[in-house]
Design a protein around this ligand. Structure first.
Ligand code: IMP
Length: 182
């Protein structure tokens, strides 16, 4: 079978819009977390770009710690299998800590719903979610998102950490992709 080829298309969210929205989110999170220690858990690989910009916009006197988890994602395909597997876990206990999961995009909701269930069982003091992009029209399982960057239509996007089969993560803006020949 010949694999469909894709090309990057128009910019959906520019670097300027992303930066502005992230400043707002960082301000809201910092206000909600004032006086507490916040453990920000980024979901590798896609959320790295978003997380690093987000935490650098938080006030310097906020007690912020950073860790990462890695879960299996779509394998060279634009559709989710609904199957989530932990490839790398958080390095320390989260019991009685204030945890914020940072994810690049929520699509069907399987990834975040699984992570919420898994981390909730470890008895954190609080557990919140922050996503840069929300494709709510595609949701298959209900997930509460506490902090959301942008709602977006049902399109596959790349750039600013998001990839298609490993490509285009490094683009500074977020683009839609389209099939070559369409
Ligand atoms: P969910 O489990 O279906 O909500 O999917 C979440 C994961 O799917 C994200 O962490 C991304 O890795 C991947 N994903 C979903 N939509 C896109 C997209 O448009 N571009 C790149 N990755 C995506």
């Amino acid at each position: 079978m010949v694999e469909q080829e894709y090309r990057i298309d128009k910019v959906l969210f520019s670097r300027g819009e992303i930066a502005e929205r992230i400043s707002d989110l960082a301000g809201r999170i910092a206000a909600d977390m004032r006086g507490r220690e916040l453990l920000v858990v980024g979901i590798l690989n896609g959320a790295v770009f978003f997380l690093t910009d987000l935490v650098r916009r938080m006030p310097e006197d906020l007690d912020v710690r950073v860790d990462f988890m890695s879960v299996s994602s779509y394998e060279n395909a634009t559709k989710s299998s609904g199957v989530v597997r932990i490839l790398r876990d958080i390095g320390s206990s989260i019991e009685d800590r204030h945890v914020l999961i940072v994810e690049d995009i929520i699509d069907t909701g399987y990834t975040l719903s699984y992570l919420l269930e898994l981390l909730h069982a470890r008895k954190p003091a609080s557990l919140k979610t922050c996503v840069l992009l929300d494709k709510s029209a595609r949701r298959e399982v209900a997930v509460h998102v506490d902090y959301c960057g942008f709602s977006m239509p049902d399109a596959f996007v790349v750039g600013y950490g998001l990839d298609y089969a490993g490509r285009w993560r490094h683009l500074p803006d977020i683009h839609s992709v389209s099939a070559v020949g369409s």
